[in-house]
Design a binder for this molecule. Structure first.
Ligand code: ADP
Ligand code: MG
Length: 251
């Protein structure tokens, strides 16, 4: 479904440069819930932004269903961008718009009529269990409810892929579980492929079927979740799996 081939991304500052991604090769299958885990600064957000080309790789190619989208102009990229929804740690909702209006926004942008928008938004409100909050503003919602609005908004244009960048990192453990089970339902019932960026192994364990570990811009390990938890190869993976133990050893 998505294939990344030899992706490099270098950020150039005035006198220095940061190699945020180095020779990244990944293959994400249709229907996967694919985890990408790594420490802060390891290149996760850059990687996910290179998948929908919000960030153009310095070199390398991104294939979506066999099509090399890195070769496309911004104009021709529009349908591919629309096929990828995205959610973030900080939700990114419009504060001056109601829940209903936030979810309707991408549909208005793509020119749907009012009746279609109403049908679609109401179905999404049911899916994310926010029917009774539709006229509320984001400021009055809990973190979990805000993320549900963001998920509904991301699904409004019927994407095939959902990119989640630390989507549960601002939430408490119980709310994290409810959002993860919503993501699992979206994957199973709507057949949406999910790419889930996180720094928490528990998130990976809860819903991912495959996982890649990224460190200093490189994929250092890629496995099925089961195998990775059973026999982690790299030291960084072992550390991510058992952070408290490593703190004790270092102390
Ligand atoms: P993560 O999401 O894993 O925390 P990022 O992808 O945000 O990591 O960052 C990876 C590296 O790239 C970091 O060193 C970061 O400072 C650098 N970086 C990210 N975005 C930019 C940018 N727009 N300009 C310069 N450096 C950047
Ligand atoms: Mg990040």
């Amino acid at each position: 479904m998505i294939r990344l081939e030899n992706i490099y991304k270098t950020f150039y500052k005035k006198k220095s440069e940061v190699q945020a991604l180095k020779k990244v090769n990944l293959h994400i299958e249709k229907g996967d819930i694919f985890g990408i885990i790594g420490y802060s600064g390891s290149g996760k957000s850059t990687l996910v932004r290179c998948i929908n080309l919000l960030e153009r790789p310095t070199s390398g190619q991104v294939f979506v269903e066999g099509n090399n989208i890195t070769a496309l102009s911004d104009q021709n990229l529009i349908p591919y961008r629309r096929s990828m929804g995205m959610i973030f740690q900080q939700f990114n909702l419009l504060s001056s718009a109601t829940v209903y209006e936030n979810i309707a926004f991408p549909l208005q942008l793509s020119g749907h009529n009012k009746d279609d928008i109403k049908t679609k938004v109401n179905a999404l409100l049911t899916l994310v269990d926010l029917v009774n909050k539709k006229d509320d503003y984001p400021a009055s919602l809990s973190g979990g409810q805000k993320q549900r609005v963001a998920i509904a908004r991301a699904l409004a244009t019927d994407p095939k892929i959902l990119l989640c960048d630390e989507a549960t990192s601002a939430l408490d453990p119980q709310t994290t579980r409810s959002i993860l089970s919503l993501l699992k339902k979206i994957n199973q019932e709507l057949g949406i492929t999910i790419i889930l960026i996180t720094h928490e192994m528990e998130v990976v364990r809860a819903i991912c079927n495959r996982v890649a570990v990224i460190s200093h811009g490189e994929i250092i390990e890629e496995e099925s979740t089961q195998v990775l938890f059973k026999s982690p190869k790299s030291e960084i993976t072992q550390e991510l799996l058992n952070p408290s133990l490593f703190l004790e050893i270092q102390a």
